[in-house]
Design a protein around this ligand. Structure first.
Ligand SMILES: [Zn+2]
Ligand SMILES: [Zn+2]
Length: 242
């Protein structure tokens, strides 16, 4: 089993990656990928977010690379942050106009001024059942509202940075046509979570979430989880069916 595209990776426009765009594209071609999405962190992440103004520059660089390397399609994506319980995302209209592919996920460190209570609950959820339950309720609400109120192609690493009700999320993802990620780097969706989500007519995507060049296209761990869960490969958006 292999993938034809990788829809989650970071470049030097994210604060936590040094990946050069052309090196990313060359590596993806080497691996035989047909399509990739460059998905840097949304601008409201206080440590790693892309600067809004740089989104124009990134668009131009990607257009140039698509001309230079016609053997692959490079999409301008984003890994937007899910903000607050009402599920806003940090992709404004101007950025949306430039964008080809929207990922959204929850991250510590986004919008610290307003969301510090949510982050604190998620960090402390390991130590108290009461906090765990509150965090789970709020994270689930945020994710559901984000899918209902925004045009999102895929939710990144659902449940990785804080607990969620996978069943409730999968139900709404099926309604809104939002895909759920089986992230190779973060361990979510887990095998058990895939088995819950696959009861609903939701699509899945396997991605590397590469922050380093050598990890682009690496989804071995995600594939193992697909097999363990008994998920039909035709339900995975980017699996290459031979
Ligand atoms: Zn992420
Ligand atoms: Zn990421």
């Amino acid at each position: 089993m292999r993938i034809k595209g990788d829809y989650h990776m970071h470049s030097r426009y994210s604060g936590d990656s040094n990946n050069d765009l052309e090196a990313i594209v060359q590596r993806a071609i080497e691996l035989g990928l047909e399509e990739i999405a460059i998905t840097d962190h949304g601008p409201s992440h206080n440590g790693y977010g892309i600067k809004r103004i740089e989104y124009w520059v990134l668009r131009r660089e990607i257009d140039h690379l698509n001309e230079k390397y016609p053997q692959i399609k490079v999409l301008l994506g984003i890994e937007a942050n899910i903000l607050g319980v009402d599920g806003k995302i940090d992709l404004d209209e101007e950025m949306f106009e430039l964008n080809d592919w929207v990922n959204a996920g929850y991250h510590f460190g986004s919008n610290l001024k307003n969301d510090y209570k949510i982050h604190l609950d998620n960090i402390l959820s390991k130590f108290s059942k009461k906090i765990f339950n509150r965090a789970k309720t709020n994270n689930t609400k945020a994710m559901i509202n984000a899918m209902r109120n925004n045009k999102i192609d895929m939710i990144t690493h659902p449940g990785a940075k804080g607990p969620i009700d996978v069943e409730a999320v999968a139900k709404v993802a099926a309604e809104t046509g939002t895909m759920l990620e089986i992230n190779n780097s973060h361990g979510h969706l887990t095998t058990e979570e895939i088995m819950i989500a696959m009861k609903y007519p939701v699509k899945f995507v396997l991605n590397s979430d590469a922050h380093k060049i050598e990890n682009i296209g690496s989804v071995e761990d995600s594939i193992s989880r697909v097999i363990e869960a008994g998920l039909d490969p035709t339900r995975v958006y980017n699996i290459f069916i031979e």
